[in-house]
Design a protein around this ligand. Sequence first.
Ligand code: KG4
Ligand code: ZN
Length: 424
Amino acid sequence: MRILAIETSCDETGIAILETKRDAPVSAQPSKITVLADVLISQANIHADYGGVFPALARREHAKNILPLLTQALTDANLFKKKKTARIQSDNEKYELSKIFHKEPELLENFKKTLLEIETPEIDAIAVTSGPGLEPALWVGINTAEALSALWDIPVIPINHMEGHIMASLLTSKPDINGKKVFELSSLEYPSLALLISGGHTEIVLIKEPGVYEILGQTRDDAVGEAFDKVARMLGLPYPGGPEISKLAETVSIDTPSLFPLPRPMLKSDDYDFSFAGLKTAVLYTIKKIPELTQEIKASIAKEFEDSATEILIAKTKRAAEEYGVRTIILGGGVTANKKIRTAFGNLVANELSDIELFIPDHKLSTDNGLMIGIVGLIRSSETETAIRANGTMRLAKSSSPTIAELRARLKPQRKLVKKNNTC
Ligand code: KG4
Ligand code: ZN
C-alpha cells in the first residue's frame, strides 16, 4: 500500500508519501512504515505579525506552496517521471478540474503545468486532512487531493487532523532502509487516553477501542497552545509563542519562587474541561500592574505561566487515567514539543501511574506534518468496513474509496468544527 498524504489545516503545508506491506493491515501492529517522502513548508514567520494564523493568508501560502511541495515529494519518492508523449486531456477531465479549482484559477493553471505532463505515479490512495482546522486552508489541500484523485483515478480518504496527532505519537524511528526513514507503529492497549494539546485544541479523549473515541473534556475557551501564543505576544515575544515562552522560562531555575503567582483555573473542577483564557487574562492583569517589564520579570511570568498550564494538564489527565482505568496515555499536538510538559508527564507515569505506558511524539513529529495524516490514511485503508466505528465530534471516515461527491458530503459535518478565529 502506498499513500500520498496532504496536510493544510493550519500554517504548515505538509506532504508525505508512505509505504507499507500490502498483505498486513496497519492496525495488526506493530507495523513498519517506510517514508518515501516527507516535505513541509511552515508559514509561521509570515503569520508572526498577526500573533496567530491569518486564514486568508494561510490559504494563499498553501496555494502557492502545495504544488512545488508535491513535485518535491514525488521526486524524493522517485515517482516524478515526465511523460514521453504529450497528454491529451478529455473534455470530462478538463471540466472536472476546472470545477474543483473554480475558486483557485492560479492553482488550476499550475496544476495543469506541473501534473498533466507526468506519468501516473504508483500511488494507491490520497489521504487529506478534512478537519478540524481553518476552512480556507483546508480547502486548498482537499481540492488538490480531489484533482489528483480525478487525474490518477485513485480514492481520497478524508482524515481527522486530531487523529493524526494521536497516531504520530505511536511512531518509533527505526534504522533507515536504502536511505529512507522507517517507522514502527506501536500497538496500543485499550482503553487508552489521549491528551491533545495544540494551537486550536485542548481535549482529553478516551479511546475505548481502535477507532472509537469519546471526548471526556475540552477547553471552554482558549486552547493551551493559543494561550501560550497570546501570553508570548503580551511579553513581546514572536509567534509561535510556545517555544519562546519555553526558552524564556528555562532561564529561571526550577525552585526560584515566582515573582507573580498565577491561578490554576479549573484545576479542581470535577469535570475534564479546561479554561486557559482565564490564565491568559490573569497574565494580562499582572502585566498591567507592572511599571517596567524587565527581562527577569518576563522570564518569571513565562515560567509561572508554563508551570500553571503544566499542572492543570497533569492533574486532569491523571484523574481521567485513574477513573477510566486506562492502560496507555498518548500525548499529541504541537504543545507536546514543550520540554516541561514532556518531563512532567514522564515523571507522572514513572512515579504515580507506573502500570500505564506513555506515548509522546518524537519532537519533530509533534507539530503539524503530512506524515501523521498518511499514517491514519494507511490505517483507514487497511481496515475492513465493519472494524470501523466512530463517535462524537471525532467522527471518523470509513476506509471505503469515496467518490468526490461522497467526500464533499462527508466533509459537510466536519466543516462545522472549523473555527472562524485565528487558531487552527
Ligand atoms: O499542532 P500544531 O502544530 O498546530 C495546530 O494544530 O494548532 O500546534 C501549534 C501550537 C502553537 O500554539 C505553538 O505555540 C505550540 O503548538 N507549541 C508549543 C511549543 N512548540 C509549539 N507550545 C509550548 N511549548 C513548545 N515548545
Ligand atoms: Zn495540529
